[in-house]
Design a protein around this ligand. Structure first.
Ligand SMILES: Nc1ncnc2c1ncn2[C@@H]1O[C@H](COP(=O)(O)OP(=O)(O)OP(=O)(O)O)[C@@H](O)[C@H]1O
Length: 350
């Protein structure tokens, strides 16, 4: 094999750190120039300001440097032309993507009968749990006006990478690919958009974001069962509904409203998670069912669905969210074990 060919072979081992595909596959190697045993690799980036340049350079030098014939590796960066970017976008997006987003992905829309039950906290932690269990997971914060996912996952100040005229790369955190309106607006701007615009944002999140292949896409729906969550659900024809509730919410109330929403959108309610189910006393270690016991069980029967688990009321969960650290980083912790059980039950609902 000629040296140039060997260099290309070595470059197949270097991935774009954000697109997770090799630079060769992505046609990002503009050229390889040999000068005796010295190699110069010219890489075309999607944007010249790419923050991952240093990592790419290091990886290229390491992989090409492994070749016996090579004594020196030089890396230079340029920017892709508009045509090259278009080609890349098509390669990544695939032509079918727009017609059917999330073709091989289980889409789970997480809703609640009313606000403040911990839906976003549960969604974020469940996503991280699934990722830790080895699944490829995406998370769309469809609570566009009241986003809280960026805070819970500690990515409030992170902006997703946008490729000019093309698509957006989701933010990755704890193995989960995330898109939230909170990462697109400046600071804590209040949003006053109405229906059609909100729908447009969700369309973009689904169609213009490069999600790659995912096993699970969790969608954090806006609270309640009003028009906004309803119209979002209508855009996700293959989504299954997962309900987060707390014991004090009257079963009849939630059942009626969520049942109606599922009917209107022809979606299946795959399960229910009861949050803040009980409080474990620091002194006696006993479980106290402050808001009533077995309410989740009752509600799941009424909705003809499965109770996937009960999450305790733990001060640490709130503190973790305030700090922006998912509580399930350690799946062997008390909270981690509860989520792992819920994730296993969820997987089995298929
Ligand atoms: N199991 C729990 N133990 C203790 N605190 C919790 C628990 N679950 C959620 N919380 C806290 O409850 C508050 C509300 O949670 P969260 O924002 O996730 O609710 P939500 O249902 O998504 O709210 P909204 O629907 O209004 O967006 C947060 O402060 C969160 O940290």
């Amino acid at each position: 094999m000629e040296l140039k060919e060997k260099v290309y072979k070595a470059l197949e081992n270097v991935n774009d750190p954000e697109l997770h595909k090799s630079l060769v596959e992505l046609d990002m190697i503009e050229e390889v120039v040999l000068d005796g045993s010295e190699v110069m690799v010219n890489v075309s980036l999607t944007t010249i300001g790419c923050p991952m340049k240093a990592k790419m350079e290091e990886d290229i030098k390491r992989e090409v440097g492994k070749l016996d014939e090579v004594t020196k590796v030089k890396v230079i960066f340029g920017e892709m032309s508009k045509e090259q970017k278009d080609k890349l976008i098509e390669k990544l997006h695939g032509k079918q993507k727009k017609a059917e987003p999330f073709k091989n992905t289980r889409v789970i829309a997480i809703g609640s009968g009313k606000g403040g039950v911990g839906k976003s906290t549960v969604t974020a932690n469940l996503a991280v749990t699934l990722a830790e269990m080895g699944y490829k997971v995406g998370l769309i914060d469809a609570d566009i006006l009241g986003y809280s996912i960026p805070q819970i996952l500690g990515i409030k100040d992170v902006k997703p990478m946008a490729i000019e005229g093309g698509f957006i790369l989701p933010i990755e955190r704890n193995g989960v690919k995330v898109m939230s309106m909170g990462n697109l607006v400046e600071g804590d701007q209040a949003l006053i958009w109405r229906g059609p615009l909100l729908g447009g944002v969700l369309d973009q999140f689904m169609n213009d974001v490069y999600w790659g292949d995912l096993d699970y896409m969790l969608i954090d729906l806006p609270p309640g069962t009003g028009d906004v969550p309803l119209s979002l659900m209508q855009k996700l024809p293959k989504a299954e509904i997962l309900i987060v509730t707390t014991p004090q919410i009257t079963a009849a109330n939630v059942a009626k409203r969520l049942g109606l929403m599922a009917n209107k959108t022809n979606s299946k309610i795959i399960g229910l998670i009861e949050n803040m189910s009980y409080f474990v006393c620091n002194n006696c270690g006993e479980k106290h069912y402050i808001f009533g016991k077995a309410e989740g069980e009752k509600l799941s029967k009424e909705l003809n669905t499965t109770l996937l688990g009960e999450i305790p009321l733990v001060t640490g969960i709130r503190e973790d969210s305030d700090k922006g650290v998912p509580s399930v980083i350690d799946l062997e912790s008390e909270v981690g074990k509860v989520y792992k059980e819920i994730a296993k039950n969820l997987i089995e609902t298929k």
